[in-house]
Design a binder for this molecule. Structure first.
Ligand code: SF4
Ligand code: SF4
Length: 78
């Protein structure tokens, strides 16, 4: 929505995650935290710079970072 702050979408697929914890220290912006259940979650999404390091460092491709939703919202109506 115009005028609203826009953050990347951070999706973590628990059904794939092996709870290795690698995505937490991989993030230069300190976005990630590991929950009591061992699964990571994005605690500070507003700090995410969409650098994709967490995605790259995940050994099982359990994270998907996306900025495409911004792009779609910014397109003029046809
Ligand atoms: S994309 Fe980069 S800044 Fe965003 S959560 Fe992942 S490692 Fe952190
Ligand atoms: S790096 Fe991937 S597998 Fe490891 S805790 Fe994070 S999301 Fe789960």
């Amino acid at each position: 929505m115009a005028g609203q702050p826009r953050y990347p979408t951070i999706e973590i697929y628990k059904e794939v995650c092996i709870r290795c914890g690698a995505c937490d220290p991989a993030c230069p912006e300190d976005v990630m935290r590991i929950g009591a259940d061992g699964y990571p979650f994005a605690k500070y999404t507003e700090d995410c710079q969409a650098c994709f390091l967490c995605e790259w460092d995940c050994p099982v491709n359990a994270i998907k970072i996306s900025v495409h939703k911004w792009w779609e919202e910014d397109q003029p109506a046809a």
